[in-house]
Design a protein around this ligand. Structure first.
Ligand code: ASP
Length: 318
């Protein structure tokens, strides 16, 4: 579980995994050694989980779900346990997943009791005729399908509560606070050449009125298409929705023949022109990978067949 984890001897060739744990004002001066260590350990653990699937010849969709579940359980990230608070002091979770081989997709918004929202999104994809379920109905679907339920206090951490209190005390907007260690996501390309993407989040601190961001919206925060690429996004969701970030990147790759990096950079620049900050992780059917962000940093990691492993936080890390 270190940055140099070697590939197992029986490693299947040709897989790629990329993950993120949120983007934002992530600078060395603002970081404590403990927080940095926790974030790097969390990213490595998520890469381990996805790698365990892919190195055995497993599917991209299983790998992205496995990686995101680890980050949801980790209180260092804004998804599952450690999610940000709504204005009312609750946690409402959003997640989505997409299989590039079939373009099947599932998503949930505003769920309150499912321990791993990404697994619920997958059940929506596989066990319902729908793509997106929200609120009480999504909670009920989760119970009906027998997914692990937790008391809402499971998601709440003192640090996230303080962020809400600070926001209220200083009358900050949801866009001013904690764009720091947020949303989580994963994209993968498996040995068979299929891609998948998954994203999970608590949204933005102090969100109200049933606000839903880009993360559970297929085409905005998540998209996967074997003909183009797989994308998971993080950032100020309203702008990512308006740009249609994830689908826009895949469309540029598919119709203009741009590389993942070119398409990612152009779409992130256009998102910034609208006022949006954040980033994306990308992989494609040939196993190419890229990330792009217009913020100071993004929690991110990459692993691929043959033992390559990168975990990075700040913008100036490779
Ligand atoms: N994109 C998420 C949202 O708007 C937040 C984030 O990525 O930090 O809900």
């Amino acid at each position: 579980m270190t940055a140099a984890t070697p590939a197992a001897a029986q490693d299947t060739p040709g897989w790629t995994l990329v993950i993120h744990g949120g983007a934002g004002v992530i600078e060395r001066e603002r970081m404590t050694p403990e927080r940095e260590k926790a974030a790097r350990a969390g990213l490595n653990a998520a890469l381990d989980a996805g790698q365990a699937v892919l190195a055995k010849g497993g599917n991209a969709i299983d790998a992205v779900e496995a990686a995101v579940r680890v980050l949801e359980d980790d209180p260092a990230f804004n998804a599952g346990r450690g999610a940000v608070f709504t204005y009312e002091g609750t946690n409402e979770l959003d997640a989505s997943i997409m299989d590039g081989s079939t373009r099947a997709a599932g998503a949930v918004a505003g769920v309150t009791r499912t321990k791993n929202p990404i697994t619920l999104a997958r059940r929506v994809m596989e066990d319902s005729p729908h793509v997106l379920l929200a609120g009480k109905g999504a909670d009920a679907f989760s119970r009906e399908k027998g997914l692990e339920q937790v008391d809402p206090s499971w998601f709440a951490t003192p640090e996230r509560r303080q962020q809400l209190e600070k926001m209220k005390a200083q009358s900050l907007s949801a866009f001013d606070v904690d764009m720091k260690y947020g949303t989580v996501g994963a994209v993968a390309r498996d040995a068979a050449g299929h891609v998948a993407a998954a994203t999970s989040t608590g949204g933005m601190t102090g969100k109200r009125w049933g606000r839903v961001g880009d993360s559970p919206l297929i085409g905005a925060g998540t998209y996967a298409d074997d003909r183009a690429c797989a994308v998971s996004a993080t950032g100020s969701g309203e702008f990512f929705i308006r740009e249609g970030v994830a689908h826009e990147i895949c469309a540029r790759v598919r119709f203009k023949g741009e590389t993942l990096k070119q398409a990612g950079d152009i779409v992130m620049a256009e998102t910034k022109d609208l006022g949006g900050t954040g980033g994306v992780i990308l992989t494609g059917p040939t196993g190419e990978m890229a990330w792009s962000f217009n913020t100071a940093g993004m929690y991110r990691g990459h692993a691929s067949a043959g033992g390559t492993r990168v975990v990075a936080i700040y913008g100036d890390e490779k």
